[in-house]
Design a protein around this ligand. Structure first.
Ligand code: SAM
Length: 364
């Protein structure tokens, strides 16, 4: 498959590394103290670091097979050289305390990842015993397009801690250490459930999906409010120190996006940090496009900066959106130019939240 696709591709589309090298954990098992994990991570050409290619809570694997053939991954990332040589499968015989502070950290070691992007090299598995009350399949499906319960926990913890890493890098403070935090588009609390209970007074979530908001209010610590597809939000001006929005701007048409940029500026304090994901160039790498479509999609995004790529029916019947909830792409250049009129755009971190880029901004 990979060879067929690559042969059909124009050679100039093939690159030695992607801007944000993807990786993924397919399986983690913890049986007594025995730990095993399998997944894939783009192959590297350097020698194995002294501490190993991968670590679990800082400990290297006792046995690790890497790189293994993963033709399925190679077929997706045909534009990346040797991408099918990316599988890993490892075991640790004795991992005595897997969930320190309620979460296990699986890292890959890539020496040249910039400090602000290091969160991308970590996946987090929360202690399932601390999460007995998950939202049902339909609620989860509406926010992540997937019904897998383990994926909901792992992706939520991973996104949460990756955001936390950016904040620590930027400000020296954890997310929970800020006075007022807003999860804009909280859904059914995929990230919100990882905000520490002891700081729940600082946390607010809002969403246009009232059923999911009600579920959060009944099941999670914090304050949860229903909001509307268009501004304003029911908050005073300069209320929040941090606002994050995971996969919200990926769904709003351009005029609505502009109104929300104004509204987010209104409700944040000077110096506040905003963390918003977009579907940018990385999302195109993940899109399983044939070479001709891949080239055309990239060229179009580079030319237009903002592209509506399709409709989205996931919220139909659950939130009034009047056709405003669609799928969109932003180029990093567009974000710096247009969003930069509202905020200081500090970073656009490619592939930081899996196939989403993370836009890190400061309210002037
Ligand atoms: C793809 S889901 C992501 C949910 C959540 N952020 C997460 O990552 O699990 C997008 C969410 O944004 C919400 N949403 C869409 N437009 C919104 C708006 N204008 N204000 C607040 N929430 C909105 C949707 O209802 C939905 O829950």
């Amino acid at each position: 498959m990979e060879h067929g696709n690559a042969a059909a591709a124009d050679r100039d589309l093939i690159v030695p590394r992607l801007v944000a090298e993807p990786w993924y954990v397919d399986r983690i098992t913890i049986d007594a103290h025995r730990f095993a994990a399998a997944g894939w991570s783009m192959p590297v050409t350097a020698d194995e670091p002294a501490g190993g290619w991968f670590t679990v809570n800082g400990k290297r694997f006792d046995r690790l097979a890497y790189p293994l053939l993963r033709s399925d991954v190679g077929a997706v990332f045909w534009q990346r050289e040797r991408s099918s040589q990316c599988g890993f499968d490892g075991e640790i015989d004795e991992l005595s305390e897997p969930y320190r502070d309620g979460v296990l950290e699986l890292r890959r070691v890539i020496d040249d990842t910039p400090a602000i992007e290091r969160g991308r090299d970590a996946w987090f598995l929360p202690d399932p015993a601390r999460h007995p009350n998950l939202p049902d399949d339909d609620r989860r499906f509406r926010v992540i397009g997937d019904r897998d319960a383990r994926g909901f926990l792992v992706s939520g913890a991973t996104d949460y801690h990756r955001i936390d890493r950016v904040l620590v890098n930027l400000t020296g403070r954890h997310l929970h250490a800020f006075d007022r935090v807003l999860d804009w588009g909280v859904g059914c609390g995929r990230l919100a459930r990882h905000f520490p209970l002891a700081h729940a007074h600082a946390f607010v979530g809002c969403d246009i999906d009232r059923d999911n908001v009600d579920w959060c209010a009944a099941n999670l610590p914090g304050t949860f409010v229903a909001s509307r597809i268009a501004p304003p939000l029911p908050f005073e001006r300069e209320t929040f120190d941090v606002v994050y929005g995971i996969s919200v701007f990926t769904h709003l048409r351009e005029p609505m996006q502009r109104r929300w940029l104004d509204e987010l500026a209104r409700i944040t304090r000077p110096g506040a940090i905003l963390l918003m994901t977009t579907h940018g160039e990385t999302a195109i790498d993940f899109a399983r496009l044939a070479p001709v479509d891949y080239r055309n999609t990239r060229d179009r995004l580079a030319r237009e900066g903002f592209v509506v790529s399709g409709t989205n029916s996931q919220l139909d019947g659950h939130a009034e959106h009047g056709g405003e909830y669609v799928n969109v792409h932003h180029s990093a250049g567009y974000v710096r130019r247009i969003w930069g009129r509202h905020f200081d755009v500090l970073h656009v971190l490619p592939g930081y939240i899996l196939h989403h880029d993370l836009v890190v901004m400061r309210r002037p």
